[in-house]
Design a protein around this ligand. Structure first.
Ligand code: GUN
Length: 288
């Protein structure tokens, strides 16, 4: 039997409808419009598309967004200066520096410099620590979006074996951290490039989350029959967008699967909007 499709477009539309209502109520109550400042350095085509989608989503939900485009030869100091200006700007509630940065720039000190209260990506070490301790300020958007999708589909994670493929700071590590939190209660394994016999481990997963960045890495023989497969990858292969999962094989074995595109991607954007509204809410409470 073919897997059911977990439709990120439908689920994210429901999340965005709620954010639109909550934003309108917040603006009516406080007179403050939540404002996301996005920073894009260089002209990586994929990053341009992602940032444009984030801006469009903000506007559709009643949030303000401002794009700061910097040339590819921007220096570390120039980027740091822009972040400092955005930190100091009381009308900006959320700051997002689109990754990856050009190779000559070091992202770590830049992300560390964003005020934790404006870090709507949830990448600042303070916010990572709070998430890990189970008292989050901002959850990282992609892992949070995956958790929302699972909840929306009534997929129970408690006691399930969740296998996360990939150990990036943006997806793999925080994904594992959210799945293991009290309330989610999964038993979590993280696989990575040095994992021995990765296929054997993946094929034990009740919930398999692929965030490895290799097109169609997960083949049918790596999937337990009836597993839930979440594909975080977006890769260009022969001019086509494909995930980290071989969809044609997986759809015949899994019980539920996210497509690419139209799966996790739209959820990431919805969670960014939620964090930006939350940042504005927390900012509005500061002087009270
Ligand atoms: N590049 C890929 N994913 C992300 C993300 O979630 N946030 C930022 N800032 N850059 C990214």
């Amino acid at each position: 039997m073919s897997a059911s499709i977990i439709d990120g477009k439908v689920i994210s539309a429901a999340v965005r409808r709620k954010i639109t209502e909550d934003t309108a109520a917040f603006v009516a109550e406080t007179g403050i419009t939540p404002h996301l400042a996005a920073v894009l350095v260089g002209d990586d085509p994929a990053s341009q598309v992602y940032v444009r989608n984030k801006e469009r989503a903000c506007e559709n939900c009643g949030l303000k967004s401002t794009l700061h485009r910097l040339p590819v030869d921007t220096t570390q100091q120039q980027l740091a200066t822009l972040v400092a200006e955005l930190n100091a700007d009381g009308t900006v509630h959320g700051i997002l520096v689109q990754l990856p940065l050009p190779k000559h720039l070091d992202s770590t000190p830049i992300l560390d410099a964003i005020l934790p209260g404006k870090d709507v990506d949830g990448f600042h070490p303070e916010n990572v620590g709070l998430m890990l301790q189970g008292r989050p300020r901002f959850l990282p958007c992609t892992p949070h979006g995956v958790m929302k999708m699972l909840q929306h589909q009534n997929i129970d994670t408690a006691g399930k074996h969740a296998v996360v493929i990939g150990r990036s700071d943006i997806v793999g590590k925080p994904m594992a951290a959210l799945l293991v939190q009290r309330g989610a209660d999964a038993t979590v394994t993280i696989c990575h490039s040095r994992t021995a016999d990765i296929a054997a481990i993946c094929s034990q997963a009740d919930i398999l989350i692929a965030a490895v960045g290799i097109p169609e890495f997960v083949k049918g023989n790596m999937i337990k029959p009836g597993a839930v497969v979440i594909d975080v990858g977006i890769n260009r292969l022969n001019d086509k967008l494909v995930g980290d999962v071989d969809y044609a094989e997986a759809v015949e074995i899994a019980s539920a699967i996210t497509p690419v595109p139209g799966g996790v991607g739209p959820m990431t954007i919805a969670m960014l909007l939620q964090n930006t509204l939350e940042a504005a809410r927390q900012w509005s409470l500061l002087g009270k």
